[in-house]
Design a protein around this ligand. Sequence first.
Ligand SMILES: Nc1ncnc2c1ncn2[C@@H]1O[C@H](COP(=O)(O)OP(=O)(O)O)[C@@H](O)[C@H]1O
Ligand SMILES: [Mg+2]
Length: 249
Amino acid sequence: MAVATAHEYIVRTKGLVKEYTMGGQALRALKGVTLDIRRGEYISLMGPSGSGKSTLFNMIGGLDKPSEGSVFIDEVDMAQLDASELAYLRCRRIGYIFQTFNLIPVMTALENVTLPMIFAGIPSDEAAEKGIMLLKTVGLGDRLHHKPSELSGGQQQRVAIARSFANDPVIILADEPTGNLDLKTGQEIIELLRLMNKERGVTIISATHDLKMVDVSDRIVWIRDGAIERIEERADIQLRVGEMEGPEA
Ligand SMILES: Nc1ncnc2c1ncn2[C@@H]1O[C@H](COP(=O)(O)OP(=O)(O)O)[C@@H](O)[C@H]1O
Ligand SMILES: [Mg+2]
């Protein structure tokens, strides 16, 4: 592990532009996004539906390519990676969590969690052992052999969280992880993510419009209409809440 030379910023985006063409019409989903994310941070990308959160998520995660601009992961320009390096990045360094869980329906919880390890070439007994450990960590030690359809939404998202940690990623990207969950279950998922962020030092970048995320985030990046509107440190937000709740209230 290159701890001594670890870069302060795990993710940097520079002038990211994404244009989609639909029916001959160009649509600018991102209009020049420059953002530096520190190692170990919990960042929420907050903004209304259609503001470009998922588009930015896909660029940072190497799931899609920007029209202009660059994404650096640990100071390496993603555009410079060849196909196998990009595959390695996606498989080993980044974990993904989606709103709709995206588990494989015919596989058990344990099989879903071990799959990324099998792809990474880890022997199956070792993968199983780690999968069990991860499922215990997310509170599903008694649901190892259940299939997604036999689990609640919150439990499915816990499986997805365990899966995202399978290969010890340095970055977790979560796109609306609480979007399909009720208030209480969403809160539990947020707390679990925060716990894993703190305990494992993994950087979490979550696209959301769930205001419950504000409490756990180190910084909130407000996105509107494909551009960063403002960036707030949690301390600033709590100060503001404090002001609002001041002696007058
Ligand atoms: N594959 C696509 N093709 C065309 N337009 C898209 C595509 N994906 C997203 N968009 C458009 O880009 C804008 C941003 O979308 P998105 O990043 O999904 O927003 P959010 O995740 O914040 O809801 C929206 O106007 C959306 O309609
Ligand atoms: Mg989205």
